[in-house]
Ligand binder design. Structure first.
Ligand SMILES: *Cc1c(COP(=O)(O)O)cnc(C)c1O
Ligand code: SF4
Length: 372
């Protein structure tokens, strides 16, 4: 029918317009009920929504296949009562970023790197977000004054070579606002690389327009790390977004958060990591879930991550294997965790085990005199 074809075309155009997606995010329990056809709101949802911000882009909501927390996309985006479980070791700022914030909005924890909080806005608020003290609390964008102070700090600290533009999600910013930030950082000659951390390729891939990619490529060397957690997020649209960025010469990495009931399964992660390299995204980190409030139901024992790493090694291309890291409480920073491959060691020989569990002895170098 003529009319319905026309209507579908308009809806299609809107659907593919990233600003329409941002304007039409699910933002309240009433929106959830309308989107999911809930007659009765499940227990705890209202309380959890009052505690931690809610947003889900229509695109990301469309990836939900089952309306219960057994669905990974549902679990990562829809509030649930379990978020109210509040053990004493979970906090608002688990990485003590505030302690490492010399000027507002700039986190300087590692000597040669600094992280700029460019906005508090994301297309979808992850229930497991580490930076819930910032994200979505009050949707706001970095002011010119704040950016100026951050750039002045970078100028006074030439040891900073890598600036991570983070948030919130920097790709929620309009092209011209993002470009102001990038050119301000680029004006500091001691900065070698700019990194953008963004979940938009996952939650709102239509944001990655050709125009955006063309703007970003003017600020090379520029890297992007994104945040895919489950193969269900590997859609043709997400693949298209990554292709536009990779075609602009932007190396792409991925930071997965290990989440119980979502992806704490070696086969799920194998599928995810194989799928990522196929769309030219290099798995960079597998993160132990940070100790932020509201995530107790998502947490896994550290040993689970190590066990998964052990499963992946030797089975997958090394390119598809990330580093498993835990960001320790107390502001200690990221610590990589590896399966134990060294069985025993003495000055002449180290006993190793390989990915098949077989043992091999490796002769250590000796002083030349030893053989004379
Ligand atoms: C993770 C992180 C970085 C970047 O660390 P890499 O290991 O280089 O990826 C920088 N600053 C802060 C505050 C971080 O949490
Ligand atoms: S996209 Fe990143 S910053 Fe935004 S809510 Fe998710 S984890 Fe937090």
């Amino acid at each position: 029918m003529q009319l319905s074809c026309e209507t579908e075309k308009v809806i299609g155009e809107e659907w593919n317009d990233w600003r329409w997606q941002m304007r039409n995010r699910i933002r309240s329990v009433a929106d959830l009920a309308a989107a999911f056809g809930w007659h009765v709101v499940p227990g705890g949802v209202t309380e959890a929504e009052a505690r931690f911000p809610l947003a889900i882009s229509p695109y990301y909501a469309s990836l939900i296949r089952r309306l219960d927390p057994g669905d990974p996309v549902f679990a990562m985006s829809v509030p649930q009562g379990l978020e109210l479980v509040d053990p004493p070791y979970l906090g608002d700022d688990p990485l003590e970023e505030e302690r490492y914030t010399p000027v507002p909005g700039l986190v300087h924890r590692y000597t040669d790197r600094a992280l700029l909080i460019s906005t508090s806005i994301c297309a979808s608020y992850c229930r497991h977000c580490t930076r819930k003290r910032v994200t979505g609390q009050r949707e706001s964008v970095i002011s010119a004054a704040r950016l100026g102070r951050a750039v002045a700090y970078l100028q006074q600290h030439p040891e900073i070579r890598d600036v991570i533009v983070s948030g919130g999600d920097p790709l929620t910013l309009a092209d011209n606002v993002l470009e102001k930030i990038l050119s301000a950082i680029r004006s500091v000659s001691s900065v070698d690389i700019i990194r953008i951390g963004s979940r938009m390729p996952v939650t709102l891939p239509m944001r990655i327009t050709d125009k955006l990619a063309a703007m970003l490529r003017r600020y090379h060397p520029l890297w992007i790390n994104t945040h895919f957690n489950h193969p269900q997020e590997l859609t043709p649209q997400a693949a298209g977004a990554c292709a536009r960025l990779a075609d602009a010469g932007i190396p792409l990495g991925n930071q997965t958060v290990l989440l119980r009931g979502v992806n704490d399964n070696p086969h799920v992660l194998e599928t995810l990591f194989r799928g990522l390299v196929r769309i030219r995204v290099r798995p960079y980190y597998l993160h132990q879930c940070d100790l932020v409030r509201g995530v107790e139901h998502f947490r896994t024992p550290l040993a689970r991550g190590v066990e998964i790493m052990d499963f992946l090694r030797g089975r997958l291309s090394g390119l598809a294997i990330p580093t498993f890291v835990v960001d320790v409480p107390g502001g200690g920073g990221k610590i990589p965790l590896l399966p134990q491959y060294i069985v025993s060691s003495d000055p002449s020989c180290t006993l190793l085990r390989n990915f098949e569990g077989k043992s091999f002895s490796y002769p250590e170098p000796q002083e030349p005199g030893h053989f004379l």
